[in-house]
Design a protein around this ligand. Structure first.
Ligand SMILES: *Cc1c(COP(=O)(O)O)cnc(C)c1O
Length: 446
């Protein structure tokens, strides 16, 4: 019941990427798995840990994806494996809504303590990020007795019907999957790199436009919730210009609107703080979490002000598997690991190394329009030289070149022109540096 020894922390290529065994498996995948479920890099993984993924062909790849910001503590982190294995052997499921267990309560207590603000809080657990966002909307509507929900340009909140509606980008998330839920309104976000009158005007102008749209098109009194990612994830790691988030929070407060921070991608030390909204001292009314919470096991949460969380009637929230005991045990192991290894400090260090190297590359390669992000949530936005015109072709070519060299990188962005880097926070620095060398070589090549 104890964790396997850490894999050798090295990049090792013994075949082309993907290798022959991965290609065989990919052929089976194409015949067995629905086409709508894509794969970014079809290497089939057998083991993973620290900063590497090992595949069926014996290759060892450097991981700049962390399963999309999930394995912040690394794959199969010792405390996650130990606690989850022990729980797995004791019991796997009772349904918390039928006969409860301590792990769920302990996770709720941890989240109530770790999330911003020292007010009284409550937590409810779910299975996925989308489910957490849906429940935040249910709770905000029950509390305010209003219906409208405000979201932002470039926002991403999931793939269920309600959260597709909340998500901005059509392809691939929404195309052909409508109709979408009503009472969802989208307003501008402060995207400094693309703000037409300049980054210095971005926060104030974007906030004024968003607030004006809410007042004029919806009516502030009709708005139950404003939902925003403190750094937009799928939208391209857009860090709203400083001052924008506080202005929106202030407006929400003045108008009795529940402010929801969707920290599903930014949470759990990813940005060098427990939660990204701490950066501007924001205390959300509700906060949604998932991805990094449980070291890879499916778990999600809504945490927030007791009076708001308790507004939903008994039996109104829940789900068969929500807060599964094994996932809760894993979360307790993951949170313990984050504290013990001081993963906030590790994320900050990753950010320093990455931003330094990537800014130096920006000087050399004129397709790199913007370098941004915080902690271990860093991205570069690629453009046609001398313009800000999105360059998704170069993003795809660089990603492909990195993959061929055994570095897992992901793309993002409304225009598909952003490369995003999300290493596990336990990645050793020599792998981080080697990964950055591979990125630099890829730019030289394209
Ligand atoms: C990934 C993500 C979601 C959806 O989470 P799932 O677990 O995939 O349902 C929602 N919001 C944000 C900000 C995300 O990054």
């Amino acid at each position: 019941m104890s964790a396997a020894p850490l894999l050798p922390q090295e990049r090792r290529l013994v075949t082309a990427i993907p290798g022959p065994k991965s290609q065989e498996l990919q052929a089976r995948k194409l015949n067995a798995v629905a086409a709508g479920v894509g794969t970014t890099l079809p290497v089939y993984v057998t083991r993973a840990g620290g900063g590497v993924l090992e595949d069926v062909d014996g290759n060892s790849l450097i991981d700049f994806g962390a399963g999309i910001a999930v394995v912040n503590v690394g794959n199969s982190a010792a405390a996650v494996v130990d606690k989850a294995s022990e729980q797995l052997a004791a019991f796997t499921h009772t349904c918390f809504m039928v006969t409860p267990y301590e792990g769920y309560v302990a996770v709720a207590e941890q989240l109530n303590e770790l999330t911003p603000g020292d007010h009284e809080k409550r937590t409810a657990l779910f299975n996925s990020g989308a489910e957490a966002v849906e429940n935040a909307v249910k709770i905000a509507r029950a509390y305010t007795k209003r219906t409208a929900v405000v979201v932002f340009d470039h926002g991403y909140h999931g793939r269920t019907n309600l959260t597709m509606g909340l998500t901005a980008k059509n392809m691939p998330y929404k195309q052909g999957f409508g109709p979408f839920a009503p009472e969802i309104y989208r307003v501008p976000v402060a995207y400094p790199y693309r703000w037409l009158t300049g980054a210095e005007n971005c926060a104030a102008e974007a906030a004024a436009q968003a607030i004006d749209m809410i007042n004029k098109q919806i009516g502030a009194d009709n708005v139950a919730a404003i939902i925003i990612e403190p750094i937009q994830g799928e939208g391209g790691f857009i860090e709203p210009a400083k001052g924008f988030l506080p202005a929106i929070v202030e407006f929400a407060k003045a108008n009795g609107i529940v402010f929801v921070a969707d920290e599903i991608q930014t949470g759990f030390c990813r940005t060098g703080q427990w939660f990204a909204c701490e950066d501007e001292g924001i205390v959300p009314d509700l906060i949604t979490t998932a991805k990094g919470i449980a070291g890879g096991l499916p778990l999600a949460a809504v945490t927030g002000r007791a009076e708001i969380m308790d507004a939903a009637h008994a039996g109104g929230l829940g789900g068969t598997y929500g807060g599964n005991p094994v996932a809760c045990a894993a979360a307790l192991g993951a949170i313990e690991t984050m504290k013990e290894l001081d993963l906030n400090a590790k994320a900050q260090r990753i950010g320093e190394v990455m931003l330094g190297r990537l800014r130096a590359m920006q000087e050399k390669y004129d397709v790199i329009g913007d370098v941004r992000g915080r902690g271990a949530m860093i991205a570069i936005e690629l453009v046609k030289p001398g313009t800000k015109e999105p360059n998704p072709e170069v993003a795809a070519a660089v990603a492909k070149a990195c993959h061929a060299e055994g570095l897992v990188v992901l793309t993002a962005g409304t225009y598909g022109n952003v490369l995003r880097f999300l290493p596990p926070l336990v990645m050793p620095e020599h792998l981080l540096t080697e990964g950055l060398d591979i990125i630099e070589n890829a730019f030289t090549g394209v």
